[in-house]
Design a protein around this ligand. Structure first.
Ligand code: KIV
Ligand code: ZN
Length: 517
């Protein structure tokens, strides 16, 4: 007997984008949306159209381009928000409006300054209005995890009556424990008289590290949609990670009452793409997509796996898109092989000129590094696309960095800035520090460096090093990244990339900077 379907609702482009510094351009969001569509995600929450003109355009572009997944836009339970979402989605093949209103006593009293009866009325009006734009309407009682169950039942019954087809139960602040969250879903389905007219959904935040466990508890108790995001990206500690939900459901079919329709072999590509675009590195021990997730270090484990894979492996690396033969291209590979590989990796190249430029970068990498892996290609194209996305105010011309034991590290940098080639030198605590200080002598951004991270894209000392930099200025946070076989150059590229984002007047602001949210 075939199992019930579990709907995968991806919110990387909406809740994920609310992570500090994760704002993406419309082009970047579209690239991720296409990768999610290829992975067969059921619903893509593309953004929050009223939050900015940029996000409206991004949602509109995704609605026009995506054909196989439902495209969803978020809206508060207000007329303006819902009309704006409806407008952004109007060309979609299949659309959903997701409207939300807080129901917890704390949120109603302190944030909304509304009585429960007012919230009840406004939720009904919002759903009715949204139904004028699409018959696929989701309602979320925000902070449901801390709401009164009787009140939740009352609101949910009324919004289903008003036309909501999905009821999402957000544990907005990641406060619930799995048993408690599961019980909430069970009670709601049991007590709301018309609960059979809607799909119940989970939306769990990871503040206590329980987002995936809570979501699965919801599924065990009747939820048939999970809201999740690639790499667990999301507000604060993030959301339930899509890859963990999907692989838990697939791996534990002996226990889970439903199955997903997703192409899990696209997971690694999506993970790399999101990490590359947002500048959020994936921790090595992250489940499913971390560099160590399928690595066996101890002799006992290696011996066991060689004798029988199942001794220490509950999933196959190939199932999430990690091929055992990861060597794909080398110095002698031609343009055709490179293009084929880009297609296999779901990397879209927009013109012949872009392909030529990307191929040039590939050749120059192949000169420095004998083996080019899928990860290298992802990093190379992310770098390359990023440079193409912005009208770059600053371009790196050259870096020279000198270090000798016992001497003070020194760097000199030449940049193209304000249409002039400008050079500066600086000392620093180390070569990276000296390089950043030299760049600052030219640019004088006065930005605060909040985060600096380095990781190897593949193994070996000739691997591409990928550097992430987070800068903050006047409340605006941006992430930059750069990769190179030389870590100082990768660092300079990442710093300059972040500066270009900071100086780009057209860049999106963090969605919550929009007043009134
Ligand atoms: O966490 C939350 O409550 C949300 C809602 C908008 C669903 O993201
Ligand atoms: Zn959320």
């Amino acid at each position: 007997m075939s199992k019930e379907k579990l709907i995968i609702f991806d919110t990387t482009l909406r809740d994920g984008e609310q992570s500090p510094g994760a704002s993406m351009t419309a082009e970047e969001k579209l690239r991720i949306a296409k990768a999610l569509e290829k992975m067969k995600v059921d619903i893509i929450e593309a953004g929050f159209p009223i939050s900015s003109e940029g996000d409206f355009v991004a949602v509109q572009g995704i609605a026009r381009a995506v054909k196989d997944s439902v495209v969803c836009g978020l809206a508060r339970a207000t007329v303006l928000d819902i009309k704006r979402a409806g407008d952004a989605l109007k060309d979609a093949n299949a659309s959903r409006i997701h409207t939300f209103l807080a129901t917890s006593p704390l949120h109603m009293r302190e944030k909304l300054k509304m009585t429960p009866d007012q919230v009840y009325d406004q939720a009904i009006k919002a759903v009715k209005l949204a139904r004028n734009f699409t018959d696929n309407v989701e309602f979320s009682p925000e902070d449901a995890g801390r709401s009164d169950l009787d009140f939740l039942c009352r609101v949910i019954e009324a919004v289903i009556e008003a036309g909501a087809t999905t009821i999402n139960i957000p544990d907005t602040v990641g406060y619930n424990l799995p048993q408690q969250y599961g019980e909430t879903i069970a009670q709601l389905i049991r007590r709301v008289p018309n609960s059979d007219k809607a799909v119940f959904s989970t939306h769990c935040h990871n503040d206590l590290g329980l987002a995936v466990a809570n979501s699965l508890a919801g599924v065990m108790n009747g939820a048939r949609q999970v809201e999740c995001s690639i790499n667990g990206l999301g507000e604060r500690a993030g959301n339930a990670a899509l890859e963990e939900i999907v692989m838990a459901v697939r791996t534990r079919q002996d226990i889970l009452p439903c199955d997903v329709d997703l192409d899990a072999t696209q997971i690694m590509t999506c993970s790399r793409l999101v990490s590359g675009i947002t500048g959020f590195p994936v921790q090595p021990n992250k489940a499913i997509v971390g560099a160590n997730a399928f690595a066996h270090e101890s002799g006992i484990h290696q011996d066991g796996v060689l004798k029988s894979r199942e001794t220490y492996e509950i999933m196959r690396a190939e199932d999430v898109g990690l091929s055992s033969n990861k060597l794909v291209l080398g110095k002698l590979s031609g343009r055709r092989a490179f293009k084929d590989r880009l297609e296999t990796l779901n990397i879209s190249i927009d013109s012949e000129e872009e392909l030529n430029n990307a191929f040039k970068e590939f050749k120059s990498l192949a000169d420095k590094k004998s083996e080019i892996f899928d990860e290298d290609i992802h990093a190379l194209v992310s770098n390359f696309k990023m440079e193409a996305t912005f009208a770059e105010a600053i371009k790196l011309i050259s870096v020279k960095a000198c270090f000798e034991t016992g001497e003070v590290p020194q760097a000199s940098v030449t940049l193209l800035f304000e249409e002039n080639e400008q050079s500066a030198e600086s000392e620093g605590g180390g070569l990276v520090d000296a390089t950043f200080k030299a760049i600052e002598k030219i640019v004088s951004s006065d930005a605060d460096l909040q985060l600096y991270s380095v990781s190897n894209v593949t193994k070996g000392t000739d691997s591409l090093g990928e550097v992430g930099v987070r800068l903050e200025k006047a409340g605006r946070i941006v992430n930059g990244q750069g990769s190179d076989t030389d870590i100082i150059i990768a660092s300079a590229k990442a710093y300059i990339n972040a500066l270009n984002r900071l100086l780009n007047p057209g860049a999106r602001v963090h969605p919550q900077v929009y007043s009134g949210i």
